[in-house]
Design a protein around this ligand. Structure first.
Ligand SMILES: [Zn+2]
Length: 435
């Protein structure tokens, strides 16, 4: 690295890396010039400009920044929290006995610490954009601003929403809808966007779901909602879920329906025809024992998320691949690579920028990785390498919008030891508040 500080340089030259394209898969040895946050030149050999920061990445691999398509940063302090003595029998019991105890215990400090802790984990896993689905029923107004600020501090892109629900009564549902409006009026400048969140059909009345959908329609943001994650959703509603959303004007283009485990092929077709997206979280589906998603009916509108089980998209992809193989689903490595890339396309549409590509004009969201020695990487075997060869331990540096945000595994401008100390106390506080 030159003496010029490349975290703030206006022009960066990255030389000598092997570029790994994910969409479509491909490899290429090339230099990259980055200016104003975007890739402006890409060629086998570029000469440095005067005053330009130059980084020699010979021998490194360079991949587009990854996107968590469905996350719950609020769960970042969950590991170690008090759990029921035996596994909850149903998904609704799981929510009541585990996740809703956690989100009710979150105050402003806990929301902020969760976002910072989750954001650090994301950078370390090569993630540059998080699509978050947030709940903190005792700190609703201002919660999205709090997450926005924390992720902004880390330099991460974010697409935020609040999980609107009637589980705390009509007044909290109204506050949940209102919580979106502060950030909606702001210009996210390609770094932040707001969707309208809904928890799930089975915790939202017709009136609440209609009101959330109306705001999403007016804002053109789409709705971000859990959909048929477990059989409880449809059973409680007593109506076919896609039909209900159609009836309430809630199946909007650009919406994101998380899980979709218990839907029929025709439901999934209608979702795709409406221009909505589906997100797949295989580790969460296994952890909550909600069933295996009908992958053979999931279309090109499918993206990958973690549902709050950290931010490691390579680990998610790998777990998903092995589960699909076990189930006999025709989802091979190239199909998972496609869904991983679709997460960046989805996020790019929300943020109004080109994400997930290493090409001229695309955003400079890049992950520098230490190579794993082995067979030559090629367009043909890169998807299989994602499954069988890659891991987040390879991540060395991360750039977002042309600025280095992780250097040698450490977030830039953040006291990680101080955050760890704070997170320990905050987690104990949160767990003490469990009722
Ligand atoms: Zn979720």
């Amino acid at each position: 690295m030159s003496s010029h500080d490349s975290t703030t340089a206006t022009s960066n030259l990255l030389r000598g890396a092997t570029l790994l394209h994910l969409d479509p898969p491909g490899t290429e040895k090339a230099d990259l010039r980055i200016q104003q946050g975007r890739i402006t030149e890409i060629a086998p050999s570029l000469k440095p400009l005067t005053g330009e920061s130059v980084e020699d990445l010979s021998g490194s691999w360079l991949m587009p920044g990854l996107v968590v398509g469905h996350h719950h940063l609020y769960s970042a302090l969950a590991c170690g929290m008090p759990l029921p003595s035996s596994p909850p029998p149903t998904f609704a019991d799981m929510l009541a006995q585990v996740w809703w105890k956690l989100d009710r215990a979150l105050d402003e400090d806990a929301v902020q610490v969760s976002a910072l802790v989750g954001g650090v984990g994301a950078l370390r896993a090569g993630v540059t954009t998080i699509v978050d689905h947030h709940a903190s029923p005792n700190f609703i107004q201002g919660s999205l601003e709090c997450i926005d600020e924390a992720l902004g501090q880390l330099g991460l892109r974010r697409i935020l929403c609040y999980e609107v629900t009637d589980r705390g009564g009509a007044e909290k549902a109204r506050q949940g809808i209102e919580a979106h409006k502060g950030l909606m009026d702001r210009d996210g400048a390609g770094m932040m966007a707001v969707m309208v969140g809904g928890h799930a059909n089975f915790t939202m009345s017709d009136a609440t779901l209609s009101a959330a959908a109306a705001l999403a329609r007016d804002a053109g943001s789409g709705l971000h909602i859990h959909m048929a994650e477990a059989p409880d959703d449809r059973q409680t509603v007593g109506e076919e879920l896609v039909a209900r959303m159609e009836r309430l004007g809630a199946l909007l283009p650009g919406s994101l329906l998380a899980h979709c485990v218990h839907l029929e092929p025709d439901d999934l077709r209608r979702i795709a025809d409406a221009g909505a997206w589906v997100s797949h979280q295989p580790r969460s589906n296994m952890n909550n024992a909600v069933g295996h998603a009908p992958l053979s009916s999931f279309g090109e509108n499918t993206i990958l998320g973690t549902d709050g089980i950290g931010s490691d998209m390579l680990a998610e992809l790998q777990a998903g691949y092995f589960r699909a193989q076990e189930a006999g689903d025709p989802w091979f490595p190239d199909r998972f690579c496609q869904a991983l890339s679709a997460s960046a396309v989805f996020a790019g549409e929300k943020l109004g920028v080109d994400l997930g590509h290493i090409q001229k004009g695309a955003q400079a969201d890049l992950v520098v990785m230490d190579p794993v020695p082995g067979p030559p990487l090629s367009a043909a075997n890169l998807p299989a390498a994602l499954v069988f060869r890659f891991s987040s331990s390879m991540v060395r540096h991360v750039m977002v919008a042309g600025s280095w945000r992780l250097r040698h595994g450490m977030p830039v401008g953040l006291d990680v030891a101080g955050l760890d100390e704070r997170a320990r106390w905050t987690a104990l506080d949160v767990w003490r508040r469990f009722d």
